[in-house]
Each structure stands twice: as structure tokens, then as C-alpha cells.
Design a protein around this ligand. Structure first.
Ligand SMILES: [Zn+2]
Length: 89
């Protein structure tokens, strides 16, 4: 497993274990149709996930850097990134 690959149940928060679907929000931006922000309303942690079925050439580290606007958006909404990327962003 690389740093941004994550095999975890999609209906469970990896930070606090929240299982209530209504508390687990998924945000997508039009310019990044293969990257999602999955946020938890309970603990306010979020992770970004890359959908490899939509972009088979997606490179996690490159996508992480290319989608930094999503990080900034999440921060503006008081979400905290669960896992820092390789550059510590
Ligand atoms: Zn949570």
C-alpha cells in the first residue's frame, strides 16, 4: 500500500468509526472528477480518495499535489486531514 491508497469501508469513518451515513459527507469538485473528499461530520477529519475507475492513469502523489485546492476548501470548512501527504501538506 502506498501513502494515499486506502482500503477501508466507505460507510465508516477511519478516524472515529462513525457509521451514520448522514454524518459521512462526500464532496466532489467539477475540475477533479476522479478525486473525492470524504469527510466526517462527527470528528471533522477527512480523507481524499482517488477513483481509479475514472482515471486509470491517476498517480496518487501527483493527484495529491494537483488537488491541493480541495485541501484548502476542506480547511475552510473546518475539516482536518486525517493523513498528511508526503510533503507534509
Ligand atoms: Zn469521524
Amino acid at each position: 500500500m502506498c501513502s494515499t491508497e486506502w482500503s477501508f469501508g466507505r460507510i465508516l469513518c477511519p478516524a472515529c468509526g462513525e457509521e451514520t451515513v448522514e454524518k459521512l459527507a462526500i464532496y466532489m469538485a467539477n475540475q477533479f472528477d476522479h478525486v473525492r473528499v470524504e469527510a466526517c461530520e462527527t470528528c471533522h477529519y477527512y480523507i481524499k480518495t482517488v477513483d481509479l475507475t475514472k482515471n486509470g492513469l491517476a498517480v496518487p502523489v501527483v493527484d495529491e499535489l494537483a488537488t491541493i485546492p480541495l485541501n484548502l476548501w476542506a480547511q475552510e470548512h473546518q475539516y482536518v486531514k486525517l493523513q498528511a501527504n508526503l510533503l507534509g501538506l
